[in-house]
Design a protein around this ligand. Structure first.
Ligand code: SAM
Length: 227
């Protein structure tokens, strides 16, 4: 339950210095968010692809979050000498928090803070009466649009075709998002990100092992002025 969940009252009081100690003298804030990051495969892949960008995973399960924290700490130590630990060495730009992203995202993120937001293999909640528990819904889309800057990209992928249709339908219907085709993103240099989206997460690897299909859909945050 959420009773034991602590969360900041507003983004300004979200303490980033413990998460990104090498960046504590900067005013940089996370620019990419992986919602329901699971075991952290995407975070680890993006950390070295975007060494100057702060990346945040949000995960609701306590033990899974702890696992990802330990994984990041180990990589930080493995990749640099002790005196380098305070510098902006590898994996210093990636962190994870335990959070209910469906309830508290605007407590962590300022308006327009994000340029990328990821929903990779979200829980499908198959039964119709459970659909309101899905991480993509009209109410939540308003929050995602708020924290994403115009031009920012939403990445979704799932192996559940019905969920793909659901996410696609809701995102297409929302005025602040427009579909962006995979080819277009690849032509704009987003290929490595798309490859990570497809293959870097633990769930994505599992789907591969089972020869499952993957449905990708990406959306661009439009400019408010167009409304
Ligand atoms: N994205 C990861 C991957 O591709 O391997 C994990 C996919 S897993 C099927 C979905 C994850 O979302 C789980 O780890 C679950 O605990 C997390 N989750 C579900 N609801 C959440 C919420 N409201 N806030 C944060 N995480 C959530």
């Amino acid at each position: 339950s959420d009773h034991s969940l602590e969360y900041p009252s507003e983004p300004k009081s979200f303490d980033l210095s413990k998460l990104y100690p090498a960046y504590q003298d900067t005013d940089q804030r996370p620019e990419f968010a992986d919602i329901g990051c699971g075991f952290g495969g995407l975070l680890i892949a993006l950390a070295t692809l975007f060494p100057d960008t702060l990346i945040l995973g949000m995960e609701i399960r306590v033990q899974v979050t702890k696992y990802v924290q330990d994984r990041i700490t180990a990589l930080r130590f493995a990749e640099c000498s002790t005196e380098e630990l305070t510098r902006k060495g590898p994996y210093q730009n990636v962190a994870v928090i335990r959070a209910n992203a469906m309830k508290f995202l605007p407590n962590y993120m300022q308006k327009g803070q994000l340029s990328k937001i990821f929903f990779l293999f979200p829980d499908p909640h198959f039964k119709a009466r459970k659909h309101k528990a899905r991480i993509i819904s009209p109410t939540l889309l308003a929050e995602y649009a708020y924290v994403l800057r115009p031009g920012g990209i939403v990445y979704t992928i799932t192996d559940v075709k019905d969920l793909h249709k659901w996410m696609n339908a809701h995102l297409c219907a929302f005025p602040l998002f427009e579909v962006v085709e995979e080819d277009e993103l690849r032509n704009q240099g987003h290929g490595p990100v798309l490859d990570a989206v497809r293959t870097a997460t633990e769930e994505g690897k599992k789907v591969e092992r089972n020869n499952g299909e993957k449905w990708l859909a990406c959306f661009r945050r439009t400019d408010n002025k167009r409304l």
